[in-house]
Write a protein that binds this ligand. Structure first.
Ligand code: AMP
Ligand code: MG
Length: 337
């Protein structure tokens, strides 16, 4: 990660958690412990409150170890890791995978099905093509898009629960967890913190924030949403998570059009709708996958989805016009002050 990028992410993570307060505060002897570290190509921050600072740091170190281990398994940047080996061989025979990989893939496949492929965990070949195109600052040709899209399709991926196996119907398929892995990592870190008894804590995995119980003296965690407006909105979290997806940080501008790093599966290139979507739900994995999915889906489809899945709420900010247009679903936990 470049120094510029890492500074930007550090700032984003710091703002998200409202840093700038003294590091030992309110709540009697409870100490505030903050730790930030690079993981999954961005910066992750854990904030925890505990009486024993050393015990707090031990728990945070264990949480980071867990998240780095997940990065090893789930990243599509690591030749020879579990995901890479799976994608190389799963068209030949069903491949048995680790519990973590199985769990994320099963969830991702469900979201792919429920969103009718707006979120598509098999979009790897298209995401790679689009990444190369963004770097080269040129749109891929229709042939390139067609070839990459032919290698995708969540319907072509079969999982066997009993055997814990994954099987592809065709060669060349690639799984991409870029839209879900950070949320899962934040959930896994929360689990570790809970096991260590660090209950007043939060985990910011880039734009995905998961909270356990609130800081001492507070009723919730306050998380600032990055939404491209001057007045940032703040959500209130308590044993819940929030994810934000959009084109604010990762995009390419070609001929005056801004393309997101989120790909529209129907075209094979980045979204141009200029939307920032935040989702609040019980788990980070849900939030992460749904904020990516809702970026692709038209608003009526998002509304229909939420009707069937009331555990999630969302805020959609459209930046397509001169002044932003905001839509929020009922119950979105925005701070009123
Ligand atoms: P996020 O920032 O969580 O919205 O995730 C964006 C990342 O998800 C991209 O960098 C890709 O790795 C991946 N991705 C892009 N488009 C999609 C899509 N339509 N469905 C699933 N994953 C996607
Ligand atoms: Mg996501």
């Amino acid at each position: 990660m470049s120094r510029k990028t890492s500074r930007r992410h550090l700032l984003a993570a710091s703002l998200a958690l409202g840093f700038g307060m003294p590091s030992i505060l309110r709540g009697g002897q409870l100490r505030q412990i903050d730790h930030t570290e690079p993981c999954m190509g961005t910066l992750f921050t854990i904030r925890a409150y505990h009486h024993d600072e050393e015990a707090g740091y031990r728990a945070i170190a264990a949480s980071f170890a867990r998240m780095h281990a997940l990065d090893q398994i789930l990243s599509d940047y690591r030749p020879g890791n579990e995901l890479d080996l799976l994608c190389q061989r799963a068209h030949i025979e069903p491949i048995r995978v680790s519990d973590d990989l199985y769990r994320v893939l099963q969830f991702a496949l469900n979201v792919s099905r429920q969103t009718d492929g707006a979120f598509d965990v098999t979009l790897g070949p298209v995401v790679r093509m689009w990444r190369t195109a963004r770097k080269a600052q040129r749109l891929p040709s229709l042939e390139e898009r067609h070839a990459a899209r032919a290698l995708t399709g969540w319907q072509d991926l079969a999982m066997n629960v009993r055997r814990r196996t994954v099987h592809f119907a065709k060669a060349g398929m690639q799984i991409d967890f870029g839209g879900i892995a950070k949320g899962y990592a934040a959930d896994a870190a929360r689990e570790v913190l809970r096991k260590y008894g660090i209950l007043r804590s939060s985990v910011a995995a880039g734009g995905d924030v998961g909270a356990l119980h609130p800081p001492p003296g507070e009723t919730s965690w306050r998380v600032a949403l990055e939404d491209g407006q001057n007045e940032t909105a703040t959500v209130l979290l308590r044993q819940s998570s929030v994810s934000t997806s959009g084109d604010l940080n990762q995009f390419v501008e070609l001929d005056g059009v801004r393309y997101s790093h989120i790909v529209d599966p129907s075209t094979g290139i980045g979204l141009t709708s200029r939307r920032v979507v935040s989702v609040v739900a019980p788990t980070g994995m849900q939030c992460d996958a749904l904020s990516t999915a809702f970026s692709v889906m038209e608003l009526p489809r998002v509304k229909a989805f939420l009707k069937k899945n009331p555990a999630a709420t969302t805020r959609v900010v459209s930046l397509a016009k001169a002044s932003p247009v905001v839509w929020q679903s009922q119950g979105f936990p925005l701070a009123r002050d």
